[in-house]
Design a binder for this molecule. Sequence first.
Ligand SMILES: *Cc1c(COP(=O)(O)O)cnc(C)c1O
Length: 391
Amino acid sequence: MRRADAVALDVRDPLVGFRARFVVDPQLVYLDGNSLGMLPMAALARLSAVAGREWGERLVRAWEEGWMQLPVSIGDRIGQVALGAAPGQAVVGDSTTVCFYKLASAALDARAGRRTIVTDSENFPTDRYVLEGLARARGMSVAWGDPSVIDEDTALVAYSHVDYRSGRIAPMTLVNARAHEAGALTLWDLSHSVGAVPVALDADGADLAVGCTYKYLCAGPGAPAFMYVRRERQGELSQPIWGWLGRRDPFAMEPGYVAAEGMAGFLSGTPPVLALACVDEGARLVGEAGIGRLRAKGIALTELVIALADERLASWGVRVASPRDSAVRGAHVALAHPQARGLCDALIARGVIVDFRRPDVIRFGCSPLTTRFVDVWDAVDVMVETLREVG
Ligand SMILES: *Cc1c(COP(=O)(O)O)cnc(C)c1O
């Protein structure tokens, strides 16, 4: 395939116009949107409006004029555009790590007496550490492995939907069914799915989910994560951080904690308004593009990475370490090579921003709102040049 063929794919891309709505450095080939999404111009404008007009002029009155509703309204928007979740089941709260802790802890309380938590040893580090910490505090143990390790002693099954290294998509419906047969609850980390790979939380029977907003949702560094709690579970689950803003009627300032109804009861402290404004803009962009079209483009981009890797990189010892079946692959491709770390540094030095994951993987992240087919072509071309020089 020639560069002109990649350019032609961009011309035919129905989402091609979205890239112009982001702040773009034309010198850069950016394939790390799965780590930090690019900055939407709408987020810049919204930040300036929220800071200037709302914070600057309305000050504390702005809490009553809409700020306080943001966690719930933006949660509903994300649920609608990306999660297959009907309203009233998602809220934007704290960091992914803290949201994950809160929901995992609530699930363990609801299944008290059971002694194991099932997760995968390849799961994202923060998820593993949080689960290990919870297990230690409660005298439980972590059972590492695939869903075959779920049994009657399992309280909680917690997997990532899209694996952060390989990009492999877990069989959500099957895992939910197996966990429920054993009487366990499920908690999904959707950080590498939301905004790129559609999920159907309601239809697939998921109990709980969390996900990051600064990757494919482009909400900016450290933007707060969302939590999903299936409606039927909400009454049975109590999150562990009893802050005033998760309480019923918080401004009554009464003694004693009583959780607020619905998803508000999963909040803890004051919402990060500036960051939430950016989450809202990212979710709006995903909604406008349409998760179906984003998924189709993510598949097409990753298919191109794999085709070019086979054509031009395989002879240099680069191996595709992601599933070749697009049905079980998210929007990034892992390319393995023994010198992956050095190669990754060399690519970044040449303006191709990718990332390295231990022990031997370079990730090509294909953010469907912003990545062009020609970016993939150029990145592979620079990689060939680099391999030629290092031998
Ligand atoms: C990016 C990511 C996180 C991020 O957690 P933070 O609390 O925002 O640092 C968590 N889990 C997964 C699977 C991720 O990919």
